[in-house]
Each structure stands twice: as C-alpha cells, then as structure tokens.
Design a protein around this ligand. Sequence first.
Ligand SMILES: [Zn+2]
Length: 336
Amino acid sequence: MRGSKLLGMLVLILGALGCRQDSAERLVILPKDHPLEFALTYFPEYPRNLVGSGTVFTVEGGIRQYLSPWPPRLLDRIECLVDGQVVRTLQPTDLWQKFPFNTPYIQPFPDRWTYYFQCDVDRFGVPGRGKKVVVRVWQKGSAVPMEGEVEYHYDDADLSQKALEFIRGPMTGDVPGNPDRRTRRLSDTTVYVKNEIPGMQLPIERALNQYMSKWTGLRFIFTDREDVRPLLIYRNGPGFGARGVEWNPNNIYETWKWILELGSRTTHNPDDLYGEMVVICHETGHAIGLPHTGCDGVFMDAGSASGSDCGRLRLHPYQQMAVKMVYSKPPGYSWR
Ligand SMILES: [Zn+2]
C-alpha cells in the first residue's frame, strides 16, 4: 500500500516537472531592456496547434513592468497577424488582471504584476503547415513593437482526422462499457440554462455566451423555467461536479437535464474571473460530453475545478471540431 502510494506521488511529481520544463524551454522575452516586457505562454504544438475552418485558435500571452502597478496603461494595443494581415486587435482593457495561479508552468514572469491577454484567431489565411500567428505588442509612444510568434497548421482534413481520434479515444473509447463507442450528448444544440446562484450570473453568462458557444457552436439561453430541455442548472454545492439527472428513457445517450455544482462561492470575485470561468466551462464541458484531458492547456484538465494551473480558458481546435461532429449526429451514434 505504502509502496504504491509512494509510486503514485513520484509519478505526480515527475508529471509536474515534465509540464514545467516543457514551458520553461519555450519562454520568450523580447527584448529584455524594454520598459514593458512581453511573453507568449504555453506554446501550442501539434495537434493542439492544428486549426481548420470554423475553429478558434487562442494564443495566450502576458505583459508586465516591474514598477508599474497597472502595466496596461503603458500599452497602446496588441495585434495578431496572419499572412501579414492584422486579424485581431486587443485594447488595454482586454487584458486580464492577475489571477491566483502562480507557477512557472503558465506564468511568463513569476511576478505578481503580470497581465494576460488572449488573442482569438479565426481567420487562418491560405491553408498550409508551418504557418505563424505573429503577435505585436505596441507600447505607447514607441515606434517599434515587441514581437513573438506561434506556429500553426491549417489543414481541414488533418483536423477532422484528429477530431475523430479524440472522439474514438478519450470521448468514447476510454469509457468503460462502451464497446460501440457511442457518444452521449445533450438532446439539442440549443441549451437552456437556469442559474440558481445570482451572484455568479456574470461569470456564468460570459463563460457560456462568450466562450463555450464560440468553441462548440451550441447556443445557451437563460431561463427561470424547469420544464424546458435540455436544461443545465447551476447551483452551489459542497464541491464541484456535474451530474446528469434526466435522460431519454429510450436512449440513455441523450441527456436532458444536468445539475452543475460550482462549490460554495455565492458571489463573483473580479480578481478571479478567469478561474471562475475555467470552472464553469469545465462542468459545462462534462454536460455536453467532453472527457477529462489531463494537463493539456484546456479547461477539461481534471484539476480545473480545484484551481489547477493546467486548466486554461481554451479548447483546442481539434476538440472544438470533435464537439461539432458529435452534435452533427444523433445521441448514441456509434463512432466505431
Ligand atoms: Zn471534471
């Protein structure tokens, strides 16, 4: 017993070390003497950086400045470019305030005054491999931007293949007692939402309408009614969790009603909006049929609900495509 516990701990520690080293090697800080510093975090690699038509590729980064309590005031704008064209422009107000994750794994700078940005790219130019999203950070009064880049592959056929592997593997194949690899999903792509935690309305609304919908193509409608289906009910609980409580008696793969427990917090904490939305997306992800992913830079990391540094407000494009494929087929469809 003790031996297996020790082994388990060792595996955990090695896993954590592996993660940290992975990102530390990819740290880019350009240039060092610039008043405002900038870094891209957690560079995606294949197949995480594989994109296709109708998907969203999220590039994350951070800025900081040692002496300034509010670095975004030094910032003019951040631009993301594809094939030399600006596809997204961020304003200082688009930056995230600090949030309580503080490990080298995701922090470009181990410093409390770090502010994050997410650049959503959904236009990828001409299909091809080895393409780049160039990120330009323009400081106020500076004629030369700081620059970083992330490689991506734009290949619709490859994306569909990876999505299919994700469905056949983590989504259905790794589930015990599912030899036919049938997918469990909500009964419709229009999903009703009843929120029983009024103080958490803002993060729930934003997580669903601004994030989940763009990744999955599902539409979320808030309601006070309980006689509509499919229905997700968000409420407080002793912990975090997603529980399917009603399904089609003639097709157990078609779920109708879920209870999603978001811990004991009754009011939204502005300093932790990012973390709150990761948790909300995670539990919602269970309801729509997503599996845990491990430490993979998306919100379905198993530790997301407990504030793991792995859980990010992001869903990789091949996983987005997997959800869309699942919802293009009826519940219980066999992917064998
Ligand atoms: Zn979970």
